[in-house]
Design a protein around this ligand. Structure first.
Ligand code: KIV
Ligand code: NA
Length: 275
């Protein structure tokens, strides 16, 4: 099954219409976001959002592949990328290639994403030269939470030059786009202006060439944290809690199941196909 949007389509959006990107981890959510998105990312945020892990560090390659396969079944139009999880690519370009090739062949995704700038440039070059498109991810890189000591804004003051160097390094290494996470607007604008590949912002201002959010965050389904950069476009968590409470109440009151949910001994003449 071919995706309608290919790598050149994404790269060509530099400086043009904003790239609309969201995460997805399951087939139904992939089907929901696919018609509206240019890029669907199977993010390792799934560790926290779906599996209750305290950070993304415990996410495994098998988890990424399982969710990647589910998302692939729901994506027809969008360009699909899958995150490389912590520990699956940092050791060497060879390790990264072996695991990225496994992710691509077993999920059918079009690209992988990995965290890191200057330190990962050699690895990005190695993958790109061997047929694996890479989306880079710089600024706040959540897999480095233990090095950062938290999830603070990156690239303020003197840190700006380091992140600019990361942006240049991943561009020179051949990344086709780069996620900029949680950096000041002035820096995001400077990077977007300078590098030739699309920047995709999350907490990085409208200066970027595109935007991404964690889908469960913007739907109000994952509410453990509420970063400043998240806008809630729905409150599905509240709606779901209300539905579950209503169900519980009706079961306890024996109001559910109601007559329309109950099977008679013999099918009724006009009851349709459900017998
Ligand atoms: O894991 C993730 O969902 C991500 C995006 C938020 C960029 O890396
Ligand atoms: Na991620």
């Amino acid at each position: 099954r071919a995706t309608a949007l290919a790598l050149p389509d994404i790269a060509a959006r530099k400086g043009k219409d904003p790239l609309v990107c969201l995460t997805a981890y399951t087939t139904p959510v992939a089907r929901l976001v696919d018609p509206h998105c240019d890029v669907v990312l199977v993010g390792d945020s799934l560790g926290m959002v779906l599996h209750g892990l305290p950070s993304t560090l415990g996410v495994t390659l098998d988890m990424m592949i399982l969710h990647g396969q589910a998302v692939r079944r729901g994506v027809e139009r969008a360009f699909m990328a899958v995150d490389m999880p912590f520990g699956s690519y940092e050791e060497s370009p060879e390790q990264a290639f072996r695991n990225a090739a496994k992710v691509m062949t077993e999920t059918g995704c079009a690209a992988v994403k990995l965290e890191g700038g200057v330190a990962m440039a050699e690895t990005i070059r190695f993958l790109v030269a061997r047929g694996i498109p890479v989306m880079a991810h710089i600024g706040l890189t959540p897999q480095a939470v233990n090095s950062f000591g938290g999830y603070a804004v990156q690239g303020r003051g003197e840190g700006a030059e380091r992140i600019l160097a990361d942006a240049r390094a991943v561009t020179d290494a051949g990344a086709f786009s780069v996620v900029l996470e949680k950096i000041p607007e002035t820096l995001a604008a400077r990077i977007t202006d300078e590098i030739a590949i699309p920047t995709i912002g999350i907490g990085a201002s409208p200066a970027c060439d595109g935007q991404i959010l964690v889908v469960d965050d913007m739907l109000g389904l994952f509410t453990d944290f509420r970063p400043k950069f998240v806008k809630r476009y729905a409150e599905l968590g509240e709606a779901a809690a209300g539905a579950v409470a209503a169900y519980a109440e009706e079961v306890r009151a024996r109001r559910f199941p109601a007559p329309e949910h109950v099977f008679a001994d013999k099918p009724k003449a006009k009851s349709g196909t459900e017998g």
